[in-house]
Design a protein around this ligand. Structure first.
Ligand SMILES: Nc1nc2c(ncn2[C@@H]2O[C@H](COP(=O)(O)OP(=O)(O)OP(=O)(O)O)[C@@H](O)[C@H]2O)c(=O)[nH]1
Length: 396
């Protein structure tokens, strides 16, 4: 592993710094032998106006080669710096450039200028999309653009050359499913198919049987792709849902909580946290066993779920702690909800001859308050409720 900035120095020879963006610096730099502004390669990853690399003996002035760039690119992809969507888009563009460019050149040489313009236009568009995704990391518009460029290019090529070049339709249409949601890809592909069939029958007088064969095979390719990608889409959705759920109670987990808290903090609506802890839960476990303890956790979670509104969210915050994010709920309404929940749990007969109770700490988000402070206030209120004798609520 090399220097965190230039990726070429042995880490053992580099010194660790306390800032995250300069976690490793070359010794020459640290020793003050050079100024940071003079050697930007060692200072920042973002800009490299001067191409410098470090080695064991010191600093060697060297231009970054294409191979270096490929290595760096590969390291970026491998280390998870880029999202899956970015990788798919970049790969699609990277594959289509060498696949289409030779045809463009041949057509240029054989004086098929119109087709050459289409091919080279697609290649240039792919380069533009690639550089946009690479620089910004934004994929939404780029996905639509790629599909649009492919489809338009395909229709124009069919218009120019007729049935002899319809083979491009198959890979192009499958590629749309990689970049877009299945329904959108299907819609774009079927529209392109309709345009191509129209052009083939009117502008090129293609025989009906050939046209039918083309239409049916393209439709089947789209149907199969739709089924495969739709199934994958559902599976990914299901996996994401599971990754954010607590296995025992079905409440959201800490990962899901973070996202919800961020949504609340960015909204102008009032929002309250209710941090709920089962009283003397250790005793329940010790006296009745862990399976009964688990059943109590499930029952408490179900009781809360049945009481809160569809807009509110329930999370398992810790072992026997639950956190309710009550959206659009000011302090007064949050106290009423907390008192209702406390009474509900107290009344529920979860274990024979033993009442299960809960303590609840409440904190309503203050304007501009950081999330960590908001949660800490709810935690502090919960401790106050415990200190006040348990089976009660405390408002912040
Ligand atoms: N059955 C079960 N027990 C759990 C689970 N997660 C945590 N616990 C137990 O919950 C207990 C929490 O004990 P404490 O933190 O001492 O809290 P407490 O006994 O409820 O006491 P107070 O909160 O002060 O009222 C520990 O014994 C944990 O082992 C779980 O998923 N299932």
């Amino acid at each position: 592993m090399g220097c965190g900035q230039c990726n070429r120095f042995e880490k053992s020879l580099c010194q660790k710094t306390d800032t995250p963006e300069r976690s490793w610096l070359c010794p020459m730099l640290v020793a003050g032998n050079i100024t940071r502004s003079k050697w930007p390669c060692c200072v920042t990853r973002a800009t490299h106006p001067v191409r410098i690399a470090c080695d064991r003996t010191g600093l060697v002035k060297r231009k970054r080669t294409v191979l270096d760039r490929i290595r760096r690119l590969w390291a970026g992809l491998r280390d998870g710096e880029r999202s899956n969507e970015e990788i798919i888009l970049l790969s699609l563009c990277a594959i289509s450039i060498p696949s289409i460019l030779p045809f463009g050149i041949v057509r240029l040489l054989t004086a098929s200028y119109a087709a050459a313009v289409v091919d080279i236009g697609i290649v240039l568009s792919m380069i533009a999309v690639m550089s946009h995704v690479w620089r910004t990391g934004r994929t939404r518009l780029a996905s639509l653009a790629i599909s649009g460029i492919y489809s338009t290019g395909m229709v124009v090529i069919v218009y120019l050359h007729g049935i002899s070049l319809v083979y491009w339709a198959y890979p192009t249409m499958v590629a749309s499913f990689f970049t877009l949601p299945p329904k959108r890809a299907l819609t774009i592909n079927l529209t392109a198919l309709a345009c191509m069939v129209g052009l083939l029958s009117h502008a090129h007088a293609t025989p009906t049987l050939t046209l039918a064969t083309f239409s049916v095979t393209v439709a089947l390719i789209n149907l199969f792709s739709y089924i495969v990608f739709y199934r994958t889409h559902l599976q990914v959705k299901e996996l994401n849902l599971r990754a954010e759920r607590d296995f025992l109670t079905g409440a959201g987990n800490r990962r899901a909580l973070q996202r919800t808290l961020m949504e609340c903090a960015s909204s102008s609506a009032p929002c309250s946290l209710l941090l709920l802890d089962i009283d003397h839960f250790k005793r329940i476990n010790d006296q009745y066993g862990h399976s009964v303890g688990d059943a109590v956790l499930v029952s408490v979670s179900a009781l809360i779920h049945a009481r809160i509104r569809a807009n509110d969210r329930l999370f398992r915050y810790g072992g026997e702690e639950f956190l309710i994010v009550a959206k659009g709920t000011p302090a007064g309404a949050a106290s009423c909800l907390a008192e209702d929940l406390r009474a509900l749990v107290e009344r529920a007969a979860m274990i024979q001859q033993q009442t299960v109770t809960v303590s609840i700490g409440i904190a309503t988000l203050r304007p501009g308050e950081p999330i960590s402070e908001w949660v800490a206030r709810a935690d502090e209120r919960l401790y106050a409720a415990k200190a006040a004798g348990r089976n009660c609520i405390q408002t912040g």
